[in-house]
Design a protein around this ligand. Structure first.
Ligand code: BGC
Length: 721
């Protein structure tokens, strides 16, 4: 991790040398509001980073932010599979390498702060931005987010978001989440804490309010938890535009920089200082945090800046392909005439019907802040045509199910690509019907600042959208998407599947979605189903690699897929007050005694595995697991061993406390050793307001997915000494 080459005193001295105006300048974005907004509407998102806290007189660079998480949003960059797909790889090493690639590209476009560590847990699959996080489990999400942070922070600073309880999209500017202390700390915060412990530079507060206070104005969240309890020493930025509501209150709360424009603070902070709602020592403290954090990264950020030729370079594209292939989760793979349909056994001269409007579509995911302008995109059709040498690929958009079925009947196998696009799910702004929000808009911009901003953006490299991007606003689609209105496929997709399945016994369905889709009404019709995600610029190659069996199927679900929508916790799209409790995902299903259709952690391989033995011991606050897994099939394969723990005699859910991806040759065994901190089993003590590992008997289950009986061992955890 980066170190602070100079000391705290030096930071203090730097800040002491600033004028009051310079200090206030650092507390919001550098761009004027209206000019900034206009630029944004002109594809500004993709043209240059958002800058803040730069003070030229003192040589303070401030920071330059670019979004993610599926790559770098500025310029034409590598578009990786979305985070949820990467969550399905369960591969922390891969995620770290993706972080490194992103960090390099980020620097190449002139940014130094990456806004792509999005780790709000998936409470419900209808959340519009589900694809931007890694899954439903705090431990798994925390490990993946920590890996991305590690990788990015070899080259730049990373920002984790959205702090906290931000998992409803359409009502994000309006909703107040009520959450009790236990649920907050055991379900909605552990992954943020994990990433803070990893040394993340910056935290972005969420738009929504929690327990009656807007996150950007919340001292309990931004100071009492983040700094006092967890010891976070970086700085906090707001989410964009409506991320705080009160200039003085937000500063007092511990929010350091209002992003991205001169808006609420520019209009009201001076007044708050004059009437004592905020203090100059709080101003100093915020500026010190920005300067100190930047200094911590000085060795890295002061080094050579990579050229733009790293953007979507062959090595990064290869990484995107690796991630796309590793993310494919085979949910179902039944035999037809004695042999599983996958991998496709299509020899020279055979044919494959490829059906559905998404087969030929450039379908990278959300069209909001996570939109990445990939220079080129390998669609499913491109990938299969290239990846199945000697096989005739017959493509049809499936608009007429009968015609699609006729084509399928003429082929040796069929692949139907169905699911969603950015029109169905993604970031959403919608209409501002709330006077409270528009009242926050500032008056006219300061002409001097507009001049400076205009001069600055004029020097930026001219960047044109790639050909596949719709000309309207550079493809940004904040006005569509949002939370999903259904967790089922569209009716026309279901009709297409039914027609094709009836025509060809070897029908494979590839599901494109950012999270779970309820498929129980049709999955029994087809022998094979794979979850194929918004899989990035190399997605078609990655999917073809797995369908053709060049890469072994190894993805595992990062969420539970229920049999029925009724098995999910409640979700209300247009809600202004909502309660989060400790029960969602596999915890919710287990508590209700409901079996999932496809459990969390589940995925088929082209080989088979057996967990032969597992021993668990506790020593020195560590849960030590030693397991033996055997590949019982005839192909090499990768399994993901999962460890779940639960304190006996309580109503608390069993939770994931560790996992390991392990590659095993055919017929071979692998010994897997895991050392897991007992802190993963900590509970919230609401009297002491602290996380504690309670003494008692814990059942530790080593398993291959959330409802696999696996091997359970009871261990005693002693009271802390
Ligand atoms: C999103 C953030 C994003 C920011 C900047 C907001 O609308 O909620 O995730 O980082 O915009 O683009």
């Amino acid at each position: 991790m980066a170190t602070d080459p100079r000391g705290r005193d030096d930071v203090r001295a730097t800040v002491a040398a600033m004028t009051p105006d310079e200090k206030l300048w650092c507390l919001d974005g550098d761009a004027p509001f209206w000019a900034g907004l206009t630029y944004l509407g002109e594809q500004g998102y993709h043209k240059s980073p958002f800058r803040a806290a730069r003070v030229d007189r003192l040589g303070l660079p401030g920071f330059a932010f670019s979004d993610g998480p599926r790559g770098v949003v500025v310029d034409r960059a590598t578009c990786f599979p979305v985070s949820m797909a990467r969550g399905a790889t369960w591969d922390v090493d891969l995620e770290e390498r993706i972080g490194e690639a992103i960090g390099t590209e980020l620097r190449a476009v002139g940014a130094d702060l990456y806004g792509g560590v999005c780790v709000n847990v998936l409470r419900h699959p209808a959340w519009g931005r589900a694809q931007e996080t890694y899954g439903e489990d705090p431990h798994h999400v925390g490990e993946m987010g920590a890996a991305l942070t590690r990788g990015v922070q070899r080259h730049a600073m990373a920002c984790v978001k959205h702090f906290v309880c931000n998992s409803m999209e359409n009502s994000r500017f309006a909703v107040d989440i009520t959450v009790d202390e236990e649920s907050l700390h055991e379900v909605y915060l552990p992954h943020f804490k994990r990433i803070v412990d990893e040394g993340v530079a910056v935290v972005m507060s969420a738009y929504n309010s929690v327990n009656g206070e807007w996150c950007g104005d919340s001292r309990p969240l931004l100071t009492e938890i983040l700094r006092d309890e967890w010891g976070f020493t970086g700085f906090v930025i707001s989410d964009w535009i409506f991320g705080l509501r009160d200039a003085g209150r937000s500063l007092h709360a511990g929010l350091d920089v209002e992003m991205p424009y001169r808006m609420i603070r520019a209009g009201h902070l001076q007044q708050a200082l004059d009437n004592g709602q905020a203090s100059w020592s709080e101003v100093d403290r915020a500026v010190e945090r920005i300067v100190a954090t930047r200094r911590r990264f000085e060795d890295i950020l002061g080094g050579p800046v990579p050229g733009r030729d790293v953007l979507a370079c062959p090595a990064h594209r290869a990484l995107a392909r690796e991630a796309a292939a590793k993310s494919v989760v085979v949910l179902r793979n039944e035999p037809v005439e004695g042999t599983p349909v996958l991998p496709l056994a299509l020899g020279e001269g055979s044919s494959l019907a490829l059906l559905g409007r998404l087969a030929t579509a450039v379908n990278l995911g959300d069209g909001g802040s996570s939109d990445v302008w990939a220079p080129e995109v390998v669609t499913v059709a491109d990938g299969l045509r290239e990846g199945l040498a000697g096989v005739e690929v017959l493509v049809d958009d499936g608009a007429d199910p009968e015609a699609a079925a006729a084509l399928a009947a003429s082929a040796d196998a069929a692949v139907v690509v169905v699911g969603y696009t950015r029109a169905d799910e993604g970031e959403f702004i919608g209409e501002f019907n709330s006077g409270a929000l528009t009242a926050l808009f500032p008056g006219e911009d300061d002409p001097e600042l507009v001049e400076r901003f205009t001069a600055e953006i004029a020097t930026e490299k001219k960047i044109q959208p790639p050909d596949h991007v719709a000309p309207s606003a550079g493809g940004l689609t904040f006005e569509v998407g949002g939370d999903r209105h259904s967790v089922h496929l569209h009716d026309d997709d279901v009709a297409l599947i039914g027609a094709v399945a009836a025509a060809n016994p070897r029908t494979v369905v590839a599901l494109v979605a950012g999270s779970a889709v309820v498929i129980s009404e049709w999955d029994g019709l087809v022998p094979a189903v794979v979850q194929a995600w918004y899989s990035g610029m190399e997605g078609g190659h990655g999917l073809a690699d797995v369908l053709a069996g060049r890469v072994e199927a190894a993805g595992r679900l990062p969420f539970s897929v229920p049999f029925s929508e009724a098995d999910l916790p409640p979700f209300e799209i247009e809600s202004t007050a909502f309660t989060y409790d400790a029960w969602h995902g596999y915890w919710h299903l287990a508590r209700n005694g409901t079996a999932p259709a496809y459990p969390f952690g589940f995925g088929l391989s082209y080989t088979s595995f057996a967990l032969e033995a597992a021993e668990v011991e506790v020593s020195d606050g560590t849960v030590q697991v030693r397991a033996t897994v055997r590949n019982t099939g005839s192909r090499p394969g990768t399994d993901v061993l999962q460890v779940y723990g639960r304190r006996l005699g309580t109503s608390r859910p069993e939770r994931l406390i560790g996992f390991r991806r392990v590659e095993i040759g055919p017929g071979e065994r692998a010994a897997v050793d895991l050392e897991l901190p007992a802190a993963a089993l900590a509970e919230r003590d609401t009297d002491r307001h602290a996380m504690v590992v309670r003494s008692g008997t814990y059942a530790v289950r080593v398993a291959r997915h959330a409802v696999d009986p696996g091997i359970t061992t009871d261990v005693e955890l002693a009271p802390p000494s």
